[in-house]
Design a protein around this ligand. Structure first.
Ligand code: GCO
Length: 452
């Protein structure tokens, strides 16, 4: 079996470097009856919204099999598990706590702690309660305050058992894909909607951060953003400018307000009614210090200039691609990490997601996913190179622990290092899972021995 190899003197393998696996609530939990509906339930019921017409009603039945799943995580020998809380499972429409739903997470966290694992909790991984969407969802400023109430309830229940809280996962996806292009729930469209949703999400982050910090001063508090390195199709000034606008619109839009309390320059291009509704004081709330930044990375994106729009995506041709059609670009991973480190004074970074969907085949009880092993090897080395270049990276989470509901693509794409048979719910550790476990377990005092 191929190994995930790192240089023998790898810097990332310092004693406290955290290796983990990640999932999210809607993608794995199932048990729709145990919670309120969320925007993804509604979205999935719309014709042609999901590639395989599936939904999250059953998913990986994690609510049923959580104990086995934790055992599985533990068997991989990882240091940490990143999970998300389902807002509609823990909060009722009247603002009261659903005690049964909350108990599920309390038990989960207790079990992880028993096994000495660090718990990374994300509060919002896209499953907005439908009752809030009915009031306008992220277009309604009030949703940010409802999020603060929800954050306080979770902090009250889980407290400092949680090593690191993240307020939001990838607000880019919630805002841009959910409210601007409409390919994700709730399926709304329009530049103005996307930008307004993004602002309310960032405001929600800041409001929640305040209560999280008050209630759990000894946990880490941060946010998870996704980045795709923006490359120009050519050396022409026009293409370079297009790539810069894309970077501002998709990447910087979320990071700059957090770090510098302002939106990037491209905001000037928006008409007055497309701009977010920023109220005095908002940017201060948004830009409170965070303890860490979670970074999710999958691929780069290439842009060219276009007469009709500020930038246009150039689809990859003749390149090694994952099953998502995403180019495999580990160098661009190092590049964006170093760039962000150069542009901003960042807090410590955790790579909260990185991984690949591949065309897996389960044959004789095995998934020989050498391509995924290669993806992890090259991307972990890219992280190591970034550390060598001075970026302060404290941990890495493989996306994902197991195959799950891949949003608009349903169950057709498999990101897991563990295979899930959706008919039987049988979990089978893929070769990549074994390789990841072997890498993690081969550390001695933080160092890898015998691997070159
Ligand atoms: C994301 C999400 C994951 C996806 C993964 C692959 O952050 O986009 O966190 O839920 O499954 O990124 O698309």
């Amino acid at each position: 079996m191929p190994k995930i190899t790192l240089p023998a003197n790898s810097l990332m393998l310092s004693k406290d470097f955290v290796f983990g696996v990640a999932t999210s609530s809607f993608q794995i939990e199932g048990d729709r009856k145990g919670r309120q509906d969320c925007i993804w339930d509604t979205f999935c019921s719309q014709p042609n919204a999901i590639e395989d017409s599936s939904n999250g009603d059953i998913a990986c039945e994690h609510v049923e099999y959580w104990q086995q799943d934790i055992e599985l995580i533990d068997s991989l020998g990882v240091d940490a598990y990143r999970l998300s809380i389902s807002w509609p499972r823990v909060m009722n429409e009247d603002g009261s706590v659903n005690e049964l739903g909350m108990r599920f997470y309390v038990n989960l966290v207790d079990e992880l702690l028993k096994r000495n694992m660090k718990v990374f909790v994300t509060l919002y991984h896209w499953d907005l309660p439908q009752y809030l969407e009915d009031q306008g969802g992220w277009l309604n400023r009030e949703t940010a305050f409802a999020f603060q109430t929800y954050a306080a309830a979770v902090a009250n229940a889980l407290g400092e058992k949680v090593y690191a809280y993240a307020t939001l996962n990838e607000p880019f996806c919630s805002a841009y894909l959910g409210y601007e292009t409409g390919v994700h729930a709730p399926g709304k469209t329009g530049v103005g909607n996307g930008r307004k949703a993004a602002h309310h999400l960032l405001l929600a982050h800041g409001l929640a951060l305040k209560v999280l910090r008050q209630q759990c001063p000894n946990s880490l508090h941060g946010i998870v953003l996704n980045f795709s390195t923006c490359h120009a199709q050519s050396e022409s000034a026009q293409d370079k400018q297009a790539a810069k606008w894309a970077d501002e619109y998709h990447n910087q839009w979320y990071l700059k307000p957090l770090m510098h309390a302002e939106y990037p320059e491209i905001i000037e291009k928006l008409s007055a009614d497309e701009r977010p509704d920023v109220i005095d004081g908002d940017m201060d709330i948004i830009s409170q210090p965070i303890d860490y930044l979670g970074i999710n990375y999958y691929t780069r994106t290439v842009y060219e200039a276009d007469n009709q729009q500020w930038f246009k995506v150039v689809p990859p041709v003749d390149k090694p691609l994952t099953a998502m059609g995403w180019e495999i670009t580990p160098d661009a991973f190092t590049e964006i990490l170093v760039d962000l480190h150069t542009q901003y004074t960042l807090p410590p970074i955790y790579i909260t997601e990185n991984g690949a969907a591949m065309n897996d085949e389960l044959v004789d009880g095995q998934v020989k996913d050498d391509d995924r092993i290669d993806y992890f090897r090259t991307h972990l080395n890219a992280v190591n190179t970034a550390i060598e270049k001075g970026v302060n990276i404290k941990g890495y989470f493989a996306w994902s622990l197991m195959d799950n509901f891949e949003w608009a693509l349903g169950y057709s794409k498999r990101f897991g290092i563990v295979h899930v048979d959706y008919n039987t719910q049988k979990r089978t550790v893929k070769q990549s899972g074994h390789a990841y476990a072997e890498l993690v377990k081969s550390r001695i005092n933080g160092y890898i021995s015998g691997i070159k």
